[in-house]
Design a protein around this ligand. Structure first.
Ligand SMILES: Cc1cc2nc3c(=O)[nH]c(=O)nc-3n(C[C@H](O)[C@H](O)[C@H](O)COP(=O)(O)OP(=O)(O)OC[C@H]3O[C@@H](n4cnc5c(N)ncnc54)[C@H](O)[C@@H]3O)c2cc1C
Length: 444
């Protein structure tokens, strides 16, 4: 969790305590604050999921909205569990006959929240199954709202905490209805014009018979089979004209495996409009930039290179980390653009030739950059933390922009090993230390 997020989180939690504390007895302050925290967090997650454009813009793009959505989901669950563990009934309730049902409904809401949040975190649950289950968060929110207003609680009708709960419940409900009614995204029918396979993926260009809505380099769009209620998947637009769209797609699961192994010229699909706020600067008045791409994370930069005209203005350093040339579909075009654009300094680092991006190398490259240069990152988490750490260690002030290729952020075995490894190391050293003691005691 970054320092800024930690500050926001602390202020968010304390604001609930400050709001509730003056209006409830001391003994109920903790459960009432946690309950309010859970309700507000749930309402905000529903608002972010409604994908209102103004909200996505304020958040800095859909992937940032999903990032905040996940954190708020975490607050909703911990708030609900903390409330459930510490709350006691108080008084008769706003409508005494409903007080008992208000209490039991609260239990179902908390359990539902825990189960659905766990489902979101477990990667083995396929995305489309998880997405369908996640729609049940709306009814869970309704149960929580019923519990909030009808359980026998110290929240007196009309006082500030009650009014806040009423407000967030109304807006949360509105957001959920918006998500339910969200018209299926307007998509355009396209035909596969070219499909060039590479190791582990395919470089595909679609053509449309009618003009496609314009896009900005860095934006992504959804692709779906041309059938009713088809599953949609987001992919960064790697280039295109008024009538074409190019994508570089890596086989990463059931839908992409099928796409990569079966797509061929003439197939028809539906493509959505470009969205997203990850926008590398391509115009002549740009600031100095560092672009770092890992694997298919090259796609936003490929679209940017295609839009650039040769000039001698601010330099753009592009670091492209690949496993091998065979598994990086776009390498030839990236090198062609770099040759045509004097402003681009291209570094291609291939694992296959043992050329890895280290923090030492990263620091060397960054040292010559202006402090207010901008960094754009698209790739795996490990690469992002290497680059961000190097940039901050050098005391650079320029903003680090990053794009996530995984909105869900679920945890798989690799994540659990990555997270658990430090704990395992400590346990092992403690265990080994233990063993040595007796030996130490007994001498070698
Ligand atoms: C903004 C953005 C841009 C992307 N750009 C590219 C790109 O240019 N090239 C590329 O190869 N991949 C890109 N991806 C990743 C791509 O969307 C997933 O690899 C693909 O959706 C996997 O679906 P699957 O059914 O094959 O795999 P699954 O096994 O279902 O999922 C594999 C991973 O992809 C995520 N995922 C699955 N379905 C979706 C979905 N509908 N929406 C969001 N995430 C999903 C899951 O959380 C999971 O972590 C991008 C993702 C995002 C969010």
């Amino acid at each position: 969790m970054s320092k800024t997020t930690l500050i926001y989180a602390t202020v968010f939690i304390l604001a609930h305590v400050a709001l509730v504390a003056p209006f409830v007895p001391w003994a109920n302050m903790v459960p009432a604050s946690l309950g309010a925290l859970s309700m507000t967090s749930m309402a905000l997650t529903l608002i972010l999921a409604a994908r209102w454009r103004i909200v996505d813009r304020l958040m800095g793009g859909p992937d940032k909205s999903y990032g905040a959505h996940r954190w708020l989901g975490f607050f909703a669950v911990t708030g609900a569990l903390g409330h459930w563990a510490t709350a006691e009934t108080y008084g008769a309730g706003a409508v005494p006959v409903l007080a008992e049902s208000g209490e039991s409904v609260g239990w179902f809401a908390a359990m539902g929240l825990v189960v659905l949040t766990c489902a979101a975190m477990v990667r083995v649950i396929p995305y489309h199954v998880w997405k369908a289950s996640h729609m049940l968060m709306g009814p869970i929110f309704l149960l929580a709202a019923y519990h909030t207003f009808f359980v026998a609680s110290p929240l007196a009708v009309g006082l500030a905490p009650w009014t806040l709960m009423a407000l967030v419940s109304a807006v949360g409900l509105l957001a959920w209805v918006q998500t339910l009614l969200r018209k299926r995204e307007i998509t355009r029918l396209v035909k596969v014009e070219k499909a060039t396979p590479f190791v582990g993926g395919v470089d595909v260009t679609f053509r449309s018979d009618e003009p496609l809505p314009s896009f900005r380099p860095g934006q992504f769009a959804t692709i779906a089979q041309n059938v009713a209620r088809a599953e949609t998947h987001p992919f960064t637009i790697a280039g295109g004209t008024e009538a074409t769209r190019r994508f570089v797609i890596r086989a990463a699961g059931d839908w992409t495996d099928d796409f990569v192994s079966t797509v061929s010229e003439g197939d028809t699909f539906r493509v959505g409009r470009g969205v997203g706020r990850f926008l590398p600067q391509v115009n002549a008045s740009r600031t100095e930039q560092l672009w770092v791409a890992g694997g298919v994370g090259i796609t936003p930069f490929l679209a940017a290179l295609e839009r650039m005209e040769p000039d001698n203005n601010a330099r753009v350093i592009l670091i492209y980390c690949i496993r091998s040339r065979e598994s990086s579909g776009a390498i030839a075009d990236v090198e062609r653009h770099a040759a045509r654009l004097p402003q681009i300094d291209l570094f291609v680092l291939s694992d296959a030739s043992g050329d890895r991006l280290t923090s030492k190398r990263m620091t060397e490259i960054m040292q010559s950059m202006a402090a207010d240069g901008q960094v754009y990152l698209c790739g795996p988490e490990g690469l992002k933390s290497l680059v961000t750490t190097a940039w901050q260690t050098l005391g650079k002030t320029g903003k680090v922009h990053s794009e996530r290729f995984d909105f869900r952020g679920a945890y798989g075995m690799t994540d659990l090993i990555y997270i658990g490894k430090p704990a395992l190391e400590i346990a092992r050293s403690l265990w080994v230390g233990e063993k040595e003691l007796p030996h130490a005691a007994s001498g070698p």
